[in-house]
Design a protein around this ligand. Structure first.
Ligand code: SF4
Length: 715
C-alpha cells in the first residue's frame, strides 16, 4: 500500500499542497533510478486544489544527494558537530563581549521554516541583544510590508486567493504570475474562462506570458506605476466614484493625498505621455476601474524591487481606500510574496526593523512584553541592519560574525564585489545550507549541513496568510540537522539552556503562537494572533490542516479576509492615506549606459538554481542565460540572435547570448536572474545591479539598472 505524505511546496509564495509518495523512498537511493512516483498536487489544499506547476511536479528530481553537504566543515576540513558548534558559540561570545551585541548578525531566508525563524529571532533579539536579523525576503517583499504598515498600521495582507477568482477587474502590476506564481495564474485563467466578462489588465514594461489572458496590457515606462495609480485616484474623484462614507468613517489623510495625486497627474494625457502609453489605453483602464467595484490590484516584484517601491504600494492602496474596495469579496490590494515562507518570517519578526509577532521596536510596550514572555536577559531595543546595510557593516568591520542560513547572497544581493569584500573581511562566516557548492558556501569558515525540503519539519505561511505544514517525510542524510536544532545548540553553549531547550518544532510553534496572543497592560492592537493554535499537542500539530491567520479562540477556523469590519490596526482604527509624489528610478540612461536592464524569473527555475538546476527536465525550458533585446536595438548594435554579447554597468560585466524578441521594448533589455558561477556564468543581479534601494524598506532596485551592450568578437 502506498503511503502519501502531505506537505507544502518549497518554492513560491503560492504555497501549494503536495502529496509525496513516502514509502517509495530509501535513504540510499536518491533520486530513485526508475522513479515513476512523482509528487502530486494535494486535491484538498485550498491554495492549489490538486494543481502543481512544472517546478512543483518535478520536486522529486531535485532530491538527489549530488552536491549535498553531509558533514560540518570548519576552515575547509570535515569536522564534528561538536567542534563546529563550539567554534561558533565561542566566537560569538568573544565578539559580543569585546565589541557588543551588534558585532553579530543573522542573514536568513524565506526558505527556512517559521520555527527556524522564531529561534533565530529569539536568540538574536532577546539573548544576544542585537536586532541584526535580516533575510533574503528583504529582496522580495520588504516594500509591500512597509506599504501595508503605513496604510493599515500593521503588515496585514487583506485578501485571499478566492478574491482573485471573484473579482470583475484584476489589475496585475509588476507580476509575471504565469511564470512566477503559476498555480495562482491557472486559477485566475480558469476563473476568466468561466466568466469572460472578468477583465484582466497587466501593467508591465514587458509583454510577458501573463499578457496571454490580458484584456489590456499597459507597457509602461519602467518606474511609472505610481503615476498610473495617482491618475486612477484623480479620475475616480473627477467621475464621482469615491466612497466618501468609507473615507470619512474609516480613513485619514484623504485631502492631502488627492492633492498630491492631482499635482503629479493633472490629466490622462499627461500621465499617458509620461508613462509611454497611449491615451486610449490609459482611458480604458480608467473606465474599467471607475465602473468596476469588485477590483483587485495584484502586485509583486515589479512594484517591490524599486527605489520607490513603498510609495508604489501606497499609491495602489490609496485607490482601494478611496473607493472602499477592501475587506469585501473580490476586492483589495494584494501583494504576492516570492518565497515559500517570506510571510512566516515576517510573523516572527525576522526582519531587522521588526521585534517579534508583528510588533515593532516602536510599538508601545512591545519590548517589555516580549522580554517578559521570553524571560530574556538582553533585549535589542532598536532596529538592526537591513540586508544591504548589513553587508556594508560587515565590510566596515562593525559586524564580525555573520551566520547565513539557506541563502546565497554572493549571487542574490546587488554588487557581488562588495559582498565578497565583506565576507573576506568578516572574522567568522557561518553558512548553513543543504548544498556545498554555492558561491556563498565557498566563502564560509564554518559550513553546517542543513536538512532540506522533505526532511525539514515545521510550518510555512503563503501569500494569503495561510499556515501549512512542511512535513519531515524522509530521513536526513549524512549528518544533516535542522536549522532550529543547530541554533539551539549554539544558544545552549552560550549559557541559554532553558530558553532553547526545545525537543521538537511543535514546542517552538506553540511558543510562537502563545507570544502572538500574549498581552500585558502596555500592549496595543495586534493583527497577527494565532493564539488559537497555542495549545496544539504534538499529534494535533502533526495533523494541522492549512489555516489562515488570525486564528483566535473566537475564530478557531481562521480568517479568510481582513478588514471586513472596516477597522484597521492604527491607534484610531482608521486606515491612512499616504500622499504620493511619483519618483523615477535612481539610475537614468546615459551615453555610457544607454539601456535599461530589467531582471526577472523564468518559468522553470527557482532563485540561484541550487535545487531546480538538478532536474534536467527543468533545464529544457532554457538551458543557458540570455539577454532579451528588441530587433531595433539588435540592428543598431549589430547583434545577431544567439551571438555572444557583453553587458556592462557601473558595477561589473557579464557575457551571455542575445535573444532577439520583438516583444521587448526598444531601449530595454531583460535578463533572467538564475545563473551563477556554479553554471559558469556570472549572475546578473550581483554583477550588474548597483546597491540602490528604497530608503523606507531597504529593498534593492533589482529590476532597474542602466547598462551598455556590445557584441563580442569570437576568434
Ligand atoms: Fe510550488 Fe509555486 Fe508551483 Fe505551487 S505554483 S507548485 S508553490 S512553485
Amino acid at each position: 500500500m502506498q503511503v502519501i505524505g502531505k506537505t507544502t511546496c518549497p518554492y513560491c509564495g503560492v504555497g501549494c499542497g503536495v502529496d509525496f509518495p513516502v514509502n517509495e523512498w530509501k535513504e540510499d537511493i536518491r533520486p530513485l533510478e526508475n522513479n515513476k512516483n512523482k509528487v502530486c498536487g494535494d486535491a484538498h489544499h485550498p491554495a492549489n486544489f490538486g494543481r502543481l506547476c512544472v517546478k512543483g511536479s518535478n520536486l522529486i528530481d531535485t532530491l538527489g544527494l549530488d552536491g549535498r553537504l553531509l558533514h560540518p566543515v570548519v576552515k575547509g576540513k570535515q569536522a564534528s558537530w561538536d567542534t563546529a558548534l563550539d567554534t561558533i558559540s565561542t566566537k560569538i561570545k568573544q565578539v559580543v563581549e569585546e565589541y557588543g551585541p551588534d558585532a553579530f548578525a543573522f542573514y536568513l531566508s524565506g526558505q527556512i521554516l517559521t520555527e527556524d525563524y522564531y529561534v533565530a529571532n529569539k536568540l538574536a533579539k532577546g539573548f544576544i541583544g542585537t536586532a541584526n536579523v535580516d533575510t533574503n525576503s528583504r529582496l522580495c517583499m520588504a516594500s509591500a510590508v512597509v506599504g501595508y504598515k503605513r496604510a493599515f498600521g500593521t503588515d496585514t495582507v487583506p485578501c485571499c486567493y478566492e478574491d482573485l477568482e471573484q473579482c470583475d477587474l484584476l489589475i496585475m502590476i509588476g507580476s509575471n504570475a504565469a511564470w512566477t506564481h503559476p498555480v495562482l495564474f491557472q486559477r485566475i485563467s480558469a476563473a476568466k474562462q468561466k466568466r469572460p466578462e472578468m477583465k484582466v489588465v497587466v501593467i508591465d514594461p514587458r509583454e510577458t506570458a501573463t499578457c496571454d489572458i490580458a484584456d489590456l496590457h499597459l507597457a509602461i515606462t519602467p518606474g511609472s506605476d505610481a503615476l498610473i495609480f495617482n491618475t486612477l485616484l484623480v479620475e475616480s474623484e473627477r467621475r464621482g466614484k469615491l466612497d466618501y462614507q468609507f473615507i470619512n468613517d474609516h480613513t485619514n489623510g484623504f485631502k492631502d493625498t488627492v492633492q498630491a495625486a492631482r499635482a503629479s497627474s493633472p490629466s490622462i494625457e499627461n500621465t499617458a505621455q509620461e508613462a509611454g502609453i497611449s491615451v486610449n489605453e490609459l482611458s480604458q483602464l480608467v473606465k474599467w476601474w471607475c465602473q468596476t467595484e469588485r477590483s483587485v490590484s495584484f502586485y509583486s516584484q515589479g512594484v517591490n524591487q524599486s527605489s520607490s517601491g513603498v510609495d508604489k504600494a501606497n499609491a495602489i492602496i490609496n485607490c482601494h481606500l478611496a473607493t472602499g474596495r477592501i475587506g469585501r469579496e473580490g476586492m483589495g490590494p494584494f501583494s504576492i510574496t516570492g518565497q515559500p515562507n517570506a510571510m512566516g518570517g515576517r510573523e516572527v519578526g525576522g526582519l531587522a526593523n521588526q521585534l517579534a509577532a508583528h510588533m515593532d521596536f516602536t510599538t508601545p510596550g512591545a519590548i517589555d512584553l516580549v522580554q517578559q514572555f521570553w524571560h530574556a536577559p538582553k533585549m535589542a531595543t532598536q532596529n538592526g541592519l537591513k540586508a544591504v546595510d548589513m553587508f556594508q557593516a560587515i565590510e566596515e568591520g562593525k559586524v564580525k560574525v555573520v551566520w547565513i542560513m539557506s541563502t546565497n547572497p554572493m549571487v542574490s544581493l546587488p554588487d557581488t564585489n562588495q559582498v565578497r569584500r565583506a565576507l573576506e573581511k568578516c572574522e567568522l562566516v557561518i553558512v548553513s545550507d543543504c548544498q556545498m557548492n554555492t558561491d556563498t558556501a565557498a566563502m564560509a569558515d564554518v559550513l553546517l549541513p542543513a536538512t532540506t525540503w522533505s526532511e525539514k519539519d515545521g510550518t510555512v505561511t503563503n501569500s494569503e496568510r495561510r499556515i501549512s505544514r512542511q512535513r519531515g517525510l524522509l530521513p536526513a542524510p549524512g549528518e544533516a540537522k535542522h536549522d532550529w536544532w543547530a541554533m539551539c545548540e549554539v544558544a545552549k553553549r552560550m549559557g541559554f539552556m532553558k530558553a532553547f531547550n526545545y525537543a521538537s518544532p511543535n514546542e517552538i510553534f506553540i511558543e510562537h503562537a502563545a507570544l502572538s496572543a500574549f498581552e500585558n497592560a502596555g500592549s496595543t492592537l495586534r493583527d497577527f494572533d494565532i493564539g488559537g493554535l497555542s495549545t496544539l499537542s504534538k499529534p494535533e500539530y502533526d495533523a494541522l490542516s492549512p489555516i489562515q491567520w488570525p486564528v483566535t479562540p473566537s475564530q478557531p477556523q481562521g480568517t479568510k479576509r481582513m478588514f471586513e469590519d472596516g477597522l484597521f490596526f492604527t491607534p484610531d482604527r482608521k486606515a491612512r492615506f499616504i500622499p504620493i509624489t511619483p519618483k523615477a528610478p535612481v539610475e537614468r540612461p546615459s551615453e555610457q549606459w544607454p539601456l535599461v536592464l530589467n531582471t526577472g524569473r523564468l518559468r522553470d527555475q527557482w532563485h540561484t538554481m541550487t535545487r531546480t538546476g538538478k532536474a534536467s527536465i527543468l533545464l529544457n525550458h532554457s538551458e543557458q542565460p540570455y539577454v532579451e533585446m528588441s530587433p531595433s536595438d539588435a540592428e543598431r548594435l549589430a547583434v545577431k540572435d544567439k551571438t555572444l554579447v557583453k553587458l556592462s554597468s557601473r558595477v561589473g560585466e557579464v557575457l551571455m547570448r542575445a535573444k532577439i524578441n520583438e516583444k521587448q521594448k526598444s531601449g530595454n533589455v531583460f535578463v533572467p536572474i538564475h545563473w551563477t558561477n556554479q553554471y559558469n556564468s556570472a549572475n546578473v543581479i550581483s554583477s550588474l545591479v548597483p546597491q540602490v534601494f528604497d530608503p523606507l524598506s531597504g529593498q534593492p532596485e533589482s529590476k532597474h539598472a542602466c547598462v551598455n551592450l556590445e557584441p563580442v568578437e569570437c576568434t
